[in-house]
Design a protein around this ligand. Structure first.
Ligand code: SOE
Length: 406
């Protein structure tokens, strides 16, 4: 890292799981990658002064704020990193962009298409003045995913026919698992569909370079009420029922699982599944792409490996090849460790910071853009309306290009 590079003052809103992952990335990126700007972790923002100060010390932030509007107004802040529940994204992002701050916003971009449209429009206006924005779909920055995209672009699997994608977790299988904001529609927008389904929509569109144009799906909620964590008398989240253990119950107002069929612009067909009830699966993001000349398969639970089947290989030696994606010529790997040492979940966040800072330094649009995030939001909304109507739904706005910038 060039210590003489101009500083980039970063302010982050939120310090839970995503805040910790983003903090690690801001700390690490300049030490492993050459960046045109030197990120300074200037301010961490959270409503509780005591807790945000503790988090700032633990995560490496210089100062704290308890009001995001003050963070956005600070002259020393050049970029706002949004790591908060989806219902806050639009207000923070639009305010920051209008204040001339670059923005990194966690996924999904927003809780509704209308909010995502407002964010994409603000991003478009800000970009006219060199202010950049990106939505945080980090899994596309896994080296094996980058290699998969490269192989598809090079035509190594031919014409894409099938896209098969699952995002399988099981952290809600136990009905005693308590309420969280992720289970409340007014905070999260949706459940598994937006939280993890958004990831596999982005991933499959990124790998194939294509867009989902119609969907037909269903959403299901298996457990409709859950204990309110630390509930005392009277502290209610929605329902005021009391279960057998005496804990007060909150209403789950989002989906526990989303399954849908999809057709891509090229005519390829897709099968998608996003669930928090895949008992035994912890963070299994599985993608398989079948083409006319071969196939690719990936499982995040074995994230340093890409499976590749070359249909042009003579049959006596044909079979899925296990590519260990740890060679220096593989995306991002050259800045880390020697072959075979492997990367982890957190590296995608570091790669995200690298790509964002480099794009800002070069004065170009970082990807995925807010427009890409809006397109994913349209897919999510189409799945929701398909589940309500039991019919196929289109995903693109009338005037929107089906093939975006991603
Ligand atoms: C919870 O489902 C969660 O933390 C998601 O919100 C993240 O986007 C995903 O990467 C891991 O699981």
């Amino acid at each position: 890292m060039d210590s003489h590079a101009p500083a980039l003052g970063v302010g982050m809103v939120g310090y839970a799981f995503m805040g910790a992952a983003h903090s690690q990335a801001w700390r690490t990126a300049p030490h492993f990658f050459d960046l045109p700007l030197r990120p300074r972790m200037l301010a961490l923002c959270g409503r509780d002064s005591v807790r945000v100060n503790e988090a700032a010390g633990r995560l490496g932030w210089e100062t704290t704020e308890t009001d995001w509007t003050r963070l956005v107004a600070r002259d020393d802040i050049d970029l706002v990193d949004i790591c908060t529940p989806g219902n806050t994204h639009v207000d923070i992002a639009v305010s920051a962009l209008e204040a001339g701050k670059h923005v990194l916003c966690e996924k999904p971009l927003a809780n509704t298409v209308a909010e995502a449209e407002a964010m994409a429009a603000a991003a478009e206006r800000a970009a006219q003045h060199g202010v950049r924005s990106m939505v945080g779909f980090t899994y596309r920055r896994t080296p094996a995913i980058g290699l998969a995209r490269r192989l598809v672009e090079e035509g190594r699997i031919g014409e894409v026919r099938h896209v098969r994608a699952q995002y399988l977790q099981d952290w809600l299988t136990d009905p005693a698992s308590p309420m969280t904001w992720r289970l409340e529609k007014d905070k999260a927008g949706s459940g598994a569909l937006g939280d993890i389904g958004a990831h596999i929509v982005d991933l499959t569109q990124y790998i194939t370079g294509d867009r989902i144009v119609t969907v037909n799906g269903l959403l299901e909620t298996f457990v409709g009420q859950r204990p309110v964590a630390g509930a005392g008398s009277g502290s209610l989240l929605g329902g005021d029922a009391v279960n057998g253990t005496g804990a007060e119950l909150g209403e789950v107002t989002v989906d526990d699982t989303a399954v849908f069929l999809a057709r891509f612009g090229s005519g390829a067909v897709g099968v998608f599944e996003a669930t928090r009830f895949a008992t035994g699966r912890k963070n299994a993001i599985r993608v398989e792409i079948n083409g006319s000349k071969g196939s690719l398969a990936f499982d995040f639970e074995d994230m340093n490996v890409l499976q590749f089947f070359d249909a042009e290989e003579p049959s006596e030696t044909a079979g899925f090849r296990r590519i260990l994606v740890t060679e220096p010529q593989h995306p991002y790997v050259g800045s880390w460790w020697p072959p075979g040492h492997g990367l982890g979940y957190e590296h995608g966040f570091t790669h995200q910071v690298v790509d964002l800072v480099r794009a800002i330094g070069q004065g170009v649009q970082p990807l995925p853009s807010f427009a890409d995030g809006l397109q994913v939001q349209r897919v999510l909304a189409a799945v929701e309306s398909s589940s309500e109507t039991g019919s196929w739904q289109t995903t693109a706005a009338d005037d929107e290009q089906l093939l975006g910038t991603h």
